[in-house]
Ligand binder design. Structure first.
Ligand SMILES: [Zn+2]
Length: 210
């Protein structure tokens, strides 16, 4: 099954007003395209999409290291402050018998960001190797990654949950640790990385990496 893409047919969709613009001239000479209807400028493919995605993704991965090594919260179960990283914090909640909170923190802080980072690396790799991709399969995969993005912000809800836990008297006090800053950076960087990725590269037969 082979369908001509808009790019192959010298067409480009304006992202602002959604007009399908017919393009004159050689594909190589096209940098910015001006929309015939709204006169806005846009690109047929995001320039340097793979490089940007890769760079932001690496930054996210780097920020994820201190996010896990530094204490993310300091729990005071017996009045004595006990700094805990994401993983040891999960262990503490398990010890306290607060399993739902442990599961939510594990999903939001470890599984979701890692899935997103690995997934984006995989997409960049697949597009870069340039073999004919399965556009349907890979587009679904990309939209799944985009869908995962906001779920990293579950940690915000976790803070709310922790306040409730304190109120209920399971632990006396909870304070945020320095890792929360790095964790926030990880979430922001992966969001920018996913946004830099141009999913249309998935259905280009051969792309110029530009
Ligand atoms: Zn337009």
């Amino acid at each position: 099954m082979s369908i001509n893409t808009a790019k192959e047919s010298n067409l480009a969709l304006c992202p602002q007003c959604h007009k399908l613009n017919s393009l004159p001239g050689e594909p190589a000479k096209r940098a910015k395209i001006q929309c015939l209807r709204c006169h806005g400028f846009f690109y047929q493919r995001k320039p340097h999409s793979l490089q940007y995605t890769l760079a932001w993704n690496i930054a996210a991965l780097i920020a994820f290291i201190p996010a896990n090594l530094y204490p993310i919260m300091i729990i005071y179960p017996l009045g004595i402050g006990e700094p805990s990283t994401i993983l040891s914090g999960i262990g503490q909640f398990v010890d306290l018998g607060l399993y739902p909170i442990a599961v939510i923190i594990f999903t939001a802080s470890i599984i979701v960001p890692l899935l997103k980072i690995i997934g984006l690396f995989l997409l960049v790799y697949r597009v870069h190797t340039g073999v004919r991709l399965r556009p349907d399969k890979h587009s679904k995969f990309y939209h799944l990654l985009e869908f995962l993005g906001p779920w990293s912000m579950l940690d915000v809800f976790v803070v709310t949950l922790l306040v409730a836990v304190v109120e209920l008297g399971f632990v006396t006090s909870v304070a945020a640790g320095p890792a929360i800053n790095y964790f926030t950076l990880t979430v922001i960087f992966t969001m920018i990385a996913a946004n830099s990725f141009d999913p249309r590269l998935l259905w280009d037969k051969k792309h110029n990496n530009e």
